[in-house]
Design a protein around this ligand. Structure first.
Ligand SMILES: [Zn+2]
Length: 299
């Protein structure tokens, strides 16, 4: 099931071209006149003054100081090869003109179109993974990027390492016409969102949902229902959106996990969406929490 509006960071019509990643094939893609490359630096994305992605031909980046894993082959957009490069130093972007800048993906999330946002999110997640997994987890030797950056291989023990995606359950706790939202201690006063937590080893997402709600607010929920999910490139989570239900209202809040939690009526949330009230600060519309709330208030 999908929400009414597209899920941010998902939906790019990219063919990963997993069977076309030999050195020869990647070289040919790089030389393709139509090939495009987006540019990053430490997770930030190179954009123009209009806030749109700058795409260059990959050969324009030859000779620049490129961070491991080198050119990252994102795949084919229909038949156009798409690459991403991570510059080791932001100053190198000056070579592309003074009207470009590196911007955080959080800032760009509400500015880029769905196609570009998906590409930028995928590139950021993969570069973050390469940066954090430079050394083999089996033997400790430095591993090398493989097949255009879709994996790494250890030259010492031949172990292949693949990009990791971390599953997270994110849920609306529903009691009649009210739902429960929480505020993390790191968030500003008045900002509330859906509860969430990482799925543990040996758990289903339904079990993770029930456990997290009980741990954070002391409420027992039933009937967890999966709704839809979102890739979340900070650095690489798969947020699995759920609804769950309870008759309970009294909370026991674990203040190590969240600062506060409150029940909100559909009316209140609708009012915040419409701008009719400012009872709380809602998560932005590119988040799955926003989409879960929107679908629920419109149901
Ligand atoms: Zn190894």
């Amino acid at each position: 099931m999908s929400p009414d509006t597209p899920i941010a960071f998902a939906g790019a019509p990219i063919d990963l071209a997993e069977n076309q990643r030999t050195t020869e094939e990647l070289t040919a893609f790089t030389k393709d006149k139509r090939a495009k490359a987006i540019v990053l630096n430490e997770g930030k994305i190179l954009v123009g003054e209009d806030g749109k992605l700058i795409d260059l031909h990959p050969t324009a980046l030859i000779g620049k100081n490129i961070y491991d894993p080198g050119p990252l082959f994102l795949g084919l957009d229909v038949d156009i090869p798409l690459f991403a490069f991570s510059l080791a130093a932001p100053e190198e972007a000056d070579l592309f003109g003074d009207r470009v800048s590196f911007q955080s993906l959080r800032k760009l999330a509400s500015m880029l179109g769905s196609h570009d946002l998906s590409l930028a999110g995928r590139a950021k997640s993969l570069f973050d993974w390469h940066r954090a997994h430079k050394f083999c987890a089996m033997c400790g030797k430095e591993s090398k990027p493989k097949s255009g950056g879709v994996s790494r291989r250890c030259p010492n023990c031949s172990t292949d390492h693949f990009p990791r995606v971390n599953p997270v359950a994110i849920m609306l706790v529903i009691n009649g016409d009210k739902c429960l939202l929480g505020r993390s201690a790191a968030w500003p006063e008045g900002a509330f969102s859906a509860l969430a937590g990482f799925v543990s080893a040996g758990e289903t997402i339904e079990e993770a949902c029930q456990r997290e709600v009980f741990e954070e607010v002391g409420i027992k929920v039933t009937k967890p229902v999966y709704k839809f999910c979102q890739p979340w490139p900070y650095p690489s989570q798969l947020m699995m959106g759920m609804y769950c239900f309870t008759d309970e209202t009294e909370m026991t809040i674990d203040t190590k996990e969240i600062a506060e939690a409150r029940w909100f009526t559909k009316e209140t949330i609708k009012g915040v969406f419409d701008g009719a009230n400012t009872d709380f600060v809602c998560p932005p519309d590119f988040t799955i929490a926003h989409q879960l709330m929107k679908e629920w208030v419109n149901s």
